[in-house]
Design a protein around this ligand. Structure first.
Ligand SMILES: CC(C)(COP(=O)(O)OP(=O)(O)OC[C@H]1O[C@@H](n2cnc3c(N)ncnc32)[C@H](O)[C@@H]1OP(=O)(O)O)[C@@H](O)C(=O)NCCC(=O)NCCS
Length: 184
């Protein structure tokens, strides 16, 4: 599949590239990532090299892992990453800590969800996070996902476990207004 760029009011979502390496390494060493993400831990430069040189291009070529860099302008510094996995049909995302709290991930999530539904003719886009990841749940809620309950993660964690997680879904005919029923 050919990578496609998505633009929003404030953001450009394009391909993560090898020059993003230093920021990927810096941001993926955030201690929150050990707890909430399935990325390797401790995060080493070779993990960023694999991500940028192999995982991202292969994922696009096969069409099974579509990954975007989040930037303020084309060619600008990386703020974070958002991606969609075909096998689970779900979104995954992170922002470097200096870029949180500006609503960027909500904006990116809405844009990616709409584009995926349109471009791939999907019936729905899913989301999940480890139970208690309030920031992630807040993004999904604000992007208009409906909460569908607690269950083990679909994605296996580093030790092969499937921790309890919160699940949500956005249907092709849904609007982006926040839905009720989310954990407080
Ligand atoms: C999840 C993440 C991308 C959210 O980033 P963000 O910058 O907070 O996203 P947004 O700015 O779009 O904010 C979404 C909302 O969540 C709220 N929020 C942020 N952190 C929160 C927290 N710890 N508890 C409750 N709400 C929180 C924000 O205040 C915002 O709501 P508001 O606009 O009403 O103020 C970011 O926290 C992150 O990268 N975390 C580490 C990686 C991770 O957990 N990824 C998700 C894996 S499923």
């Amino acid at each position: 599949m050919e990578p496609f760029v998505i633009e929003t009011d404030r953001l450009v979502l394009d391909l993560p590239i090898p020059t993003d390496r230093d920021r990927v390494i810096e941001y993926c060493r955030d201690p929150l990532f050990e707890r909430f993400l399935t990325l390797p831990w401790p995060y080493e430069p070779r993990h960023a090299d694999f991500f940028l040189e192999t995982f991202v291009p292969k994922g696009w070529a096969r069409g099974n892992e579509l990954t975007w860099a989040i930037r303020l302008e084309s060619g600008g510094p990386l703020l974070g990453i958002i991606g969609w996995r075909r096998d689970h049909g779900d979104l995954g995302f992170w922002l470097g800590s200096p870029h949180r709290g500006y609503g960027y991930m909500t904006e990116a999530t809405i844009a990616v969800t709409d584009r995926l539904i349109r471009e791939l003719d999907l019936g729905e886009v899913a989301w999940e996070c480890v139970a208690g990841n309030a920031a992630s749940a807040s993004v999904a809620r604000k992007a208009g996902f409906a909460y569908s309950g607690e269950a083990p993660t679909r994605l296996a964690f580093r030790d092969g476990s499937h921790p309890l997680s919160w699940h949500g879904v956005f249907g092709a005919n849904d609007d982006h207004s926040p839905k009720s029923g989310w954990p407080a």
